[in-house]
Ligand binder design. Structure first.
Ligand code: NAD
Ligand code: IPM
Ligand code: MN
Length: 351
């Protein structure tokens, strides 16, 4: 069995972490009786600066027949983020209908949370983030630029189709896990989109009577991700709220460098995309010290999606074992002084 995987390493630390993770994915695949055939696309801000576009016009068509995509990160200090992200990452998520974004936030054994009193195993959150619309809809405009009557409109968009999909996916996961789901909205201030969202949660909840639904406003949820992260299990939120909460989830479980994500098309019409939650981290880019583990764990989510559950578990378990080993190399974000490559080499031996 062989899978076609498109690699889009992107900008900043993206290529560093993808290059470090790839041999580990290859090794896990080989050990479990399958291959990955990768095609690398050097799309990103350097291409934009040379050719005026982050990817070719037919970029999505080129990726459409792949089994999955592995992305590093996109974003560069020399070009405004709304240009780079709307030129590469967001069109893939939207164009391939990857409406379900799954983001685990797990406090691994051996990792120190910046919060007092939490140990490995105490925090295990799975955020379901709507990933194609909501506050990220490209709907709006600006008029009278530079004048006193300048106006900017940015409309959020919530469709029944995508809202039901993300909510249902979260209920399914809650059913498989502890039966607890937290729905995060801001219905006190956003009386249309967010109240619609809550209505969908109420409707879908009737199909899952065994799931206990907690409702939180996003401001309180942000506070509680810090105050009582151990009490969350499955969380469902809109695009923007899910984005913000997963940075909080990443840091309370130790580092941005440990947080993986899956952008899934639930119909499997298009390839799904796997990427670390973090960005291109230009503050450490080029230093060779970016933590590659978020990307390795994203590879694990990718194998799981492809049905290669044993290889997925092998990658996940190797990361967990490395983190639990006090003598293993760690990158500076985890308090160590090891390089990206040293962490990857150690993981290769464990695999
Ligand atoms: P960031 O996630 O790049 O960095 C935030 C902090 O986390 C920085 O201190 C960084 O050094 C640290 N960090 C992140 N990943 C790390 C890793 N693997 N190892 C060690 N430390 C790590 O967020 P930012 O600084 O807000 O954004 C930088 C750029 O990346 C911007 O252009 C932004 O738009 C873009 N971005 C892209 C994505 C993506 O491609 N999915 C995600 C987030 C941000
Ligand atoms: C993420 C990132 C992106 C998002 C940005 C870069 C558009 O922050 O993947 O979390 O908000 O989805
Ligand atoms: Mn983010």
């Amino acid at each position: 069995m062989s899978y076609d995987i498109a690699l889009v390493p992107g900008d900043g630390i993206g290529p560093t972490v993808v290059d470090a993770a790839l041999p580990l994915l290859d090794a896990a695949a080989a050990a479990h009786g399958f291959d990955i055939e990768t095609t690398r696309y050097d799309w990103g801000t350097e291409r934009y600066l040379e050719e005026g576009a982050m990817m070719p016009e037919d970029g999505l068509d080129r990726l459409a027949d792949d089994d999955a995509l592995l992305l590093g990160s996109v974003g560069h200090p020399d070009v405004p983020d709304h240009v780079t992200l709307n030129g590469l990452l967001l069109p893939i998520r939207k164009g391939f209908d990857q409406s379900i974004c799954k983001r685990p936030a797990v406090l691994f054994e051996g990792v120190r949370s910046p919060l007092r009193g939490y140990e490995g195993g105490d925090i295990d959150i799975l955020v379901f983030r709507e990933n194609t619309e909501g506050e990220y809809a490209d709907v709006g405009g600006r008029e009278h630029r530079g004048f006193e009557n300048e106006v900017a409109v940015q409309s959020a968009v919530y469709t029944r189709r995508s809202t039901e999909r993300i909510v249902r996916a979260a209920f399914e996961a809650a059913t498989e896990r502890s039966g607890k789901l937290t729905n995060v909205t801001k219905s006190n201030a956003q009386a249309h989109g967010m109240v619609f969202w809550d209505d969908v949660v109420d409707e879908v909840s009737e199909e899952y009577p065994a799931v206990d639904v907690e409702r939180l406003l996003v401001d309180a949820a942000s506070m509680d991700f810090v105050r009582r992260p151990d009490e969350f299990d499955v969380v469902v939120a809109s695009n923007l709220f899910g984005d913000i909460l997963t940075d909080v989830g990443a840091i309370v479980t130790g580092s941005m460098g440990l947080a993986p994500s899956a952008n899934v098309d639930p119909d499997r019409t298009h390839p799904s995309m796997f990427e670390p939650v973090h960005g291109s981290a230009f503050d450490i880019a080029g230093e060779g010290v970016a933590n590659p583990l978020a990307t390795v764990l994203s590879g694990s989510l990718m194998f799981d999606h492809l049905g290669e559950t044993a290889a997925a578990a092998a990658l996940w378990d190797a990361v967990a074992a490395q983190l639990a080993d006090p003598s293993a190399p760690r990158t500076p974000d985890l308090g160590g002084s090891a390089t990206t490559d040293a962490v990857a080499a150690d993981l290769r031996e464990r695999l």
